[in-house]
Design a protein around this ligand. Structure first.
Ligand SMILES: Nc1ncnc2c1ncn2[C@@H]1O[C@H](COP(=O)(O)OP(=O)(O)OP(=O)(O)O)[C@@H](O)[C@H]1O
Ligand SMILES: [Mg+2]
Length: 310
């Protein structure tokens, strides 16, 4: 399932999810300013949506995200946007349409998303590793000398990025600039909440053989039917999935090189090899994935879910 076209208001799409507005949800319907997020099987890498889908990925991402959102609520770490994960709660759909989104939808409280990607890093990899090699710091946070790729940091760090427009890449901006962009008070809340969720989730995952190396959260100001802010800040979008995080297998963690991972890194490696062969230049349109990479990607996502929640 790579695309939906449901008879609901204001369809828009992200790289992975199709989004609609709902004026009510549930049975009997409750008036509530909500959104419907449907996770498709689209896969994006290097910010390009690939022509090959990963069948079942959207459902898996949704299960994992909803499981983490519940876990976060239960521990009182944040209020989340989740109202329901049940397709039966979406009003005005046919049975066929409900079947299409069953298991891959979330009804969320509608938010004005804060235009900052709240990235937390507990280990050195990706753009953090690249920045450290250049400057010894990541997003303005100085780090001790001598760290290797994949090393655990002395403490988790908050390294916010801009939310790039479609087709653009997010840019690491650091805490100060994030404050200038959206305000110091809200950024303090987002930083403290992001770090607290990361620390707790890292501990939980660690006991289950998974290293949560880094992750990205999105938060929003909850809005009512008129679009006015209610004053609550909610954890929105998805949470702690292999699309938004780096997950490593604990038993094979060996700093000093690239780690075996459960996340999208596997696809990125395949694509990087295609770039090196001169078959792709990391711009849209993306290139197709071979069957074994499709199967390997899904298997990694499944293994991560099984370790964490089964
Ligand atoms: N509760 C919410 N209210 C309003 N918008 C939301 C809510 N939760 C998530 N969103 C938005 O829905 C979209 C989810 O789609 P998807 O994850 O595919 O986007 P994306 O390609 O990551 O895009 P973006 O670059 O905008 O994050 C995101 O734009 C996200 O900000
Ligand atoms: Mg997203």
């Amino acid at each position: 399932m790579v695309r939906t076209d449901l008879p609901l208001a204001h369809r828009r799409e992200g790289k992975v999810r199709d989004i609609y507005d709902l004026d009510s949800w549930g049975d009997p319907p409750r008036a509530q300013s909500a959104v419907l997020l449907v996770a498709t099987d689209r896969l994006s890498a290097f910010d390009v949506v690939l022509p090959t889908a990963i069948p079942g990925k959207g459902a898996l991402l949704t299960r994992m995200s909803v499981a983490w959102f519940e876990w976060i609520e239960r521990r009182g770490l944040a209020h989340t946007h989740v109202l329901s994960g049940d397709a039966a709660d979406v009003p005005g759909l046919s049975d066929d349409e409900r079947a299409q989104i069953a298991g891959r939808c979330v009804i969320g409280r509608r938010c004005e998303i804060v235009a900052i990607e709240c990235v937390v890093r507990g280990y050195l990899e990706g753009s953090g590793w690249a920045a450290y090699q250049r400057s010894g710091s990541v997003c303005g946070v100085p780090l001790p000398a001598g760290l290797r790729r994949g090393d655990r940091l002395p403490g988790a760090i908050f390294t916010p990025a801009t939310k790039a427009a479609a087709g653009e890449h997010d840019e690491n901006i650091g805490y100060e600039r994030a404050c200038e962009g959206v305000g110091e008070e809200i950024m303090r809340t987002l930083r403290d909440t992001s770090l607290a969720i990361y620390e707790a989730a890292h501990g939980y995952a660690h006991e289950r053989g998974v290293i949560l190396a880094d992750t990205k959260f999105e938060f929003g100001h909850e809005v009512d039917e008129t679009g006015a802010r209610t004053g609550r800040v909610l954890l929105a979008d998805e949470a702690l999935t292999p699309d938004s995080s780096r997950f490593w297998a604990h038993e094979s963690w060996a700093p000093g090189s690239e780690q075996a991972s459960f996340d999208k890194q596997y696809v990125r490696e395949y694509l990087q090899s295609a770039v090196e062969r001169g078959e792709w230049d990391k711009t849209a349109p993306g290139i197709a994935l071979p069957d074994e990479v499709v199967a390997g990607t899904l298997a990694r996502y499944e293994e991560a879910f099984a370790r964490l929640f089964v």
